[in-house]
Write a protein that binds this ligand. Structure first.
Ligand SMILES: N[C@@H](CCC(=O)N[C@@H](CS)C(=O)NCC(=O)O)C(=O)O
Length: 194
């Protein structure tokens, strides 16, 4: 088994999907959490100067979703056939587009305006995609369900109640959090700092 070290800040953010995937697969990993003050010194040595990265047997890999896909593939979470893989990736990329544009550092008013404008489109798309099914794609969990849960937790943190009118999406988060390996990770992970 290779050795894995996840390097990210001391928050959930873009690192949490990787922690979910490691936990779901029962893969041991070092969960290295940087203090913001230590980041400027480390940044020049990181490919593209952004986190998260994962060191696999000492080699650094960047881009959370590229690493996520590698782990999800090992875990059998990418979809059961080629077309389901497109569906899974499309959901993840759509959530990620939104995550990238979200005005994290802006005022509450700006966040609310962004959510009112673009968030409705995302939430309506996701709810329609989910329909009355238990999982976004096919009849079993994929990492698209995980990604929704980890990103939704981040949005909720900055904009409480952002998905309150989308009970099916909230129920999906509960289902993800009830998966034993995820429940056990959530129980033992450090307390939220973001
Ligand atoms: N697409 C990249 C985005 C990475 C990214 O934006 N990382 C942020 C934290 S979430 C970062 O490293 N910020 C510090 C910096 O850019 O110096 C990924 O998914 O890994």
């Amino acid at each position: 088994m290779p050795s894995y070290k996840l390097i990210y800040f001391n928050l959930e953010g873009r690192g949490e999907i990787l922690r979910y995937l490691f936990s779901y697969s029962n893969i041991e990993f070092e969960d290295r959490r940087l203090e913001f003050a230590d980041w400027p010194a480390l940044k020049p040595s990181i490919p593209y100067g952004q986190l998260p990265v994962v060191e696999i047997d000492g080699v650094i890999f960047n881009q959370s979703l590229a690493i996520g896909r590698y782990l999800a593939k090992k875990a059998g979470l990418i979809g059961k056939n080629d077309l389901d893989e497109i569906r899974v990736d499309a959901i993840i990329d759509t959530i990620d587009d939104f995550f990238s544009k979200f005005p994290w550092m802006d005022t509450d008013k700006a966040k609310k305006e962004f959510m009112d404008k673009s968030g409705i489109q995302l939430l309506a798309y996701l709810e329609k995609t989910l329909g009355n099914n238990s999982w976004f794609v096919g009849d079993s969990v994929t990492w698209a369900d995980f990604y929704w849960d980890t990103c939704a937790d981040c949005f909720e943190n900055y904009l409480p109640g952002f998905a309150k009118d989308y009970p099916k999406l909230l129920a999906l988060q509960e289902r993800v959090k009830a998966i034993p390996a995820i429940a056990s990770w959530i129980k033992k992970r450090p307390k939220k700092t973001q």
